[in-house]
Design a protein around this ligand. Structure first.
Ligand code: ADP
Ligand code: MG
Length: 264
């Protein structure tokens, strides 16, 4: 029988600032894609493993994690586990991932470890969503090298745009060498509070800097989004009718509509 398959679109969620909504976006975007019947893989590239616990996985029972895949001790298939959502699989992380930088120090092509690992399973998925640590370390470089597109969450607060030039520079350096095909999927405004002038100001600033790179969907500040991780559930399972769930579903739709899109 003819097997129709295509490589997954790989979206890397990065911003070296902590607490801007990377993990929340990785978990809930991938859940929304999966609920839309897209075969989705969530890759947790952060040693803090918040995405892993956020989808309800118990780290203590995992035999192998992303770390073992990256250093070549395990194949991708041995690392990938199921989640509570049928179309959503996870490449989990755990604290041992901290050792990755040192482990790879004198290895050639160390920026390509994640790309190599994902290539072997890319045909099995429509989307691969990578959650990055709050740094521009080797792990983030690996994620950007493996990705088709970079999604940048921007928290709607004072100093939101500060540090973005460093991130954009890193994007350009990687595009200039390690991954010429890398695009920007978009800038995502997170924790938007429509009652505050500050949120509107950040949105205006982002739009004047980044124009149509800013997603039409904004993610509101929503208590339910903050609560869901402690129940190990994506927002679509925890409270499907909440504004947070609706907004991540809308983001997924926007991404599905721009097939293999992104901006150069
Ligand atoms: P990062 O991965 O960039 O460090 P997180 O996604 O972990 O950021 O978000 C930081 C904190 O803010 C977490 O406690 C998370 O639950 C909460 N949070 C994220 N997005 C929202 C939102 N839209 N509304 C309310 N709380 C949020
Ligand atoms: Mg995080």
């Amino acid at each position: 029988m003819l097997k129709l398959s295509a490589m997954a679109q790989i979206i890397c969620i990065a911003n070296q600032k902590g607490g801007v909504g990377k993990t929340t976006t990785a978990v809930n975007l991938s859940a929304a894609l999966a609920v839309s019947e897209k075969r989705t893989l969530l890759v947790d590239c952060d040693p803090q493993a918040n995405a892993t616990t956020g989808v309800g996985l118990d780290k203590s029972v995992l035999a192998q994690t992303l770390y073992h895949g990256l250093i070549g001790e395990a194949g991708a298939g041995a690392v990938i586990v199921d989640s509570q959502i049928e179309c959503l699989k996870v490449m989990p992380s755990r604290v041992e991932l901290i050792g990755f930088d040192v482990e790879m120090m004198d290895r050639p092509h160390r920026e390509h470890a994640l790309r190599r690992l994902l290539t072997t399973v890319s045909d099995d998925f429509d989307y691969i969503v990578i959650d990055c640590p709050p740094s521009l370390s080797l792990l983030t470089v690996n994620a950007m090298t493996a990705a088709d597109a970079l999604l940048i969450p921007l928290q709607c607060e004072f100093y939101a745009l500060e540090g973005l030039s460093q991130l954009v520079q890193t994007f350009q350096r990687i595009k200039g060498g390690l991954n010429p095909a890398l695009k920007i999927a978009g800038i995502l405004l997170t924790m938007f509070d429509r009652r505050t002038n500050l949120s509107h100001q950040v949105a205006e600033d982002a739009e004047s800097h980044f124009k149509d790179l800013v997603f039409k969907t904004t993610i509101p500040r929503n208590v339910r989004l903050g609560e869901a991780p402690s129940f190990g559930q994506p927002i679509l399972l925890y409270d499907a009718m909440s504004p947070g769930a609706v907004s991540y579903f809308s983001l997924a739709k926007e991404i599905m509509a721009t097939n293999h899109a992104g901006h150069a």
